[in-house]
Design a protein around this ligand. Sequence first.
Ligand code: PLP
Length: 716
Amino acid sequence: MRCPPYEFESYRLRGLAMRESVPQRLSRLPELARNILWTWRPGTQALFSRLDPELWESTEHNPVRLLRETENLGRAAEDPATVALYNLAVQDLDRYLDGQGTWAGHVYPRTDARVAYFSAEFGLHESLPIYSGGLGVLAGDHVKSASDLGLPLVGVGILYAQGYFRQRISAEGRQEEVYEPFEPESRPISPALSPDGAPVIVGIALPGRELSLKVWKVEVGRTAIYLLDADLQENSEEDRLLTARLYGGGQRTRISQEMILGIGGVRALRALGLRPNVYHMNEGHAAFLGLERVRELVAAGETFEAATEKVAGSTVFTTHTPVPAGHDAFAPDLFDEFARDWPGELGTDREGLWALGRKREDWGEAFNMTVLAFNLSRGRNAVSKLHRDVSLDMWKYLFPERPDGEDPILAVTNGVHTWSWLAPELAELFDRHCGGRAWRREVENPAAWSFVAGIPSGELWRAHEGTKRGMARFVNARLELQKERTGRDVPQEINPEALTIGFSRRFATYKRATLLLSDPERLRAIIGGADRPVQFVFAGKAHPADEPAKAFIEALYWASEEDDLAGSLVILEDYDMNVTRHLVQGVDVWLNNPRRPLEASGTSGQKASLNGAPNFSVLDGWWPEAYNGRNGWAVGEPVEYASEEEGDRVDAESLYSTLENSLVPLFYDRDAEGVPLGWVRVMKEAIQTVAPTFSTQRMVQDYVHKLYVPRANRAG
Ligand SMILES: *Cc1c(COP(=O)(O)O)cnc(C)c1O
């Protein structure tokens, strides 16, 4: 695999189509804007903000658009402070790309794995809306940490021309989906180039026609993500829309997108001259990549059996959900139509192909992408220990007993990219209290975080109050815009002093966003305590076809309009990474109450804990591994209840009583300076126990040790 820094030269020279030409003194601004590294470099963000503060806000922190539209560059080149920030940012980029002293280079040089990481969504930043929720953000955080660690890894995904939808909530509380045109020129992407410098176009066969795919590149620090795009003139009008929307369309679109990702993705790597020795399927969406690799080996003379064995030997598969709807399955007629030529190309017959993916669904026989992924991988994992146990139960019928007794599915618990989620104000506080800023070099090491215990409680509390005020300003500005747009006049403004509880994630029904509403009187009593006010901030998108989840949004919306809840229970529209970042960095507590054991991991509570907002959650996903009785709170019992109704009842009772008896009293128990000492102890414990272990820095190292290195070089 080629090292991304060398590829830099070519596009550095091309520049951007801009209103102004870039002054010589700031000549590398386009490069700074194009590399997603800026999203975890506060200094580079300060540079963009200084260049054009208004555009920085109005473009939603999109430096590519800012550079295209700004008229300040000439002036900026004469401003010594801007030039100084620019020089620092360029130096930082060069040092970063140079890659001296990375983990993969020094600490663990046995990373002879060159990984291609395939995912249907990547959440890198709100200005590249090709993610829907936790799965995509995890993929983005994975690639960012691979870059930090110096791991040779590239991502492969899809460029959705309209992205995922933007969410509006109407005056009736209905979710409305708005799709905006995407303008590749305004995004941090550039055409991917082959080794001889030509733009890369690959083709795949769809029923009765060829589909052409353009390949784009996103620079993510030292790594890159390649994105496939069907919006090309040579494709029919209808086919150009195949990559229009993430999770849009019916089963025909879905199978086409999965062929684009899996088959088109492998072909793109070949055209780019990349030869990974480990292929990682992030969720079953990517499983066709295995069939394409079998096809290649069969074309080179291998038998179907030998080829499948080799492909599986060098493939890692991560399963992400026990929820049945999360596992794509195609009916025989549909699958056979799309796969008509595959048996011949794979050196097998229809039965041989179907044996790799057959599953009996409750609606009949189907070709199931999760089954295919399990059959075409030897490295397999679930995303928490509990989810590993649940997945083994679900899927163990697929696996023969292993002679070494090792589980056929391992657990690699999810984490978050520290630098993308930690508030810069807290990072500075940590720097001041950690000698030599050692925590930055060993984020994954719990010992490196022990200094947090020694931060004076008042200082940590004041820093949190600062980020909380920023969150409240953001929330109130958003509420004001919402109010203007819908024309409703119920006053909506949160109070930066009140105990603030955040809940923001995809609204899938198993996450039970409305559990809190189950006893309205009790909720009112908690919220309405005049001297101990409590408020809830909700945000989240429902999948456009998920009516029950949309009804949750409606219920929360109407609750937020009631006189005695208005301003104490609010729901923000247009949830995205920006909303999540503001909330996890500013609220006091993070609430998660899924129906156990359906939350495979969850990561938003990790982001909040890292920022000193302890997790208040059902003991599902990652939380049983982290919860120690001192770093947050549990909702309900760590059991499976006899019925959904019973689970809802017990969990709601626990939610209310823990709020009443623990959270609210502890939060409002202040010392003479107004600092809640007991509460700050929980904050510190949350930071110390969650930040290192539940970072993607730890997670990607686990992938390297447990899955990538063992799989490398098994492809022959
Ligand atoms: C982190 C994150 C999530 C994950 O939330 P869960 O509570 O783990 O489901 C979802 N969406 C966005 C935008 C995120 O940043």
